[in-house]
Write a new protein. Structure first.
Length: 91
């Protein structure tokens, strides 16, 4: 049981790392390929807004629940695969 949970946690961590690397790569390629059209921006200049919008970051609890949920899903998948393997070996 403990081996199953350790494997599931490991796979969940790997999936989260793959997701983070993918998002960083997509952001990097979008930033590298961006070329502003300064002429059209200069001609359409208007008044700048008086407020600043910085955006939001997800709560740290979101990451904890995401990791926990990913571990549970991976544990279920590993358990089903192991059960099928043992049933096939009996045949």
């Amino acid at each position: 049981m403990l081996k199953l949970l350790i494997q599931a946690f490991f796979f969940s961590v790997v999936l989260h790392i793959i997701y983070i690397i993918t998002m960083l790569t997509i952001g990097f390629t979008k930033s590298k390929g961006y070329g502003p059209d300064i002429d059209s921006i200069w001609n359409n200049a208007g008044r700048l807004p008086n407020n600043v919008s910085i955006g939001t970051a997800p709560s740290p609890y979101w990451y904890m629940f995401s990791m926990l949920f990913g571990t549970v899903i991976c544990a279920l998948i590993i358990a089903v695969v192991n059960k099928k393997r043992t049933l096939l070996k009996k045949l």
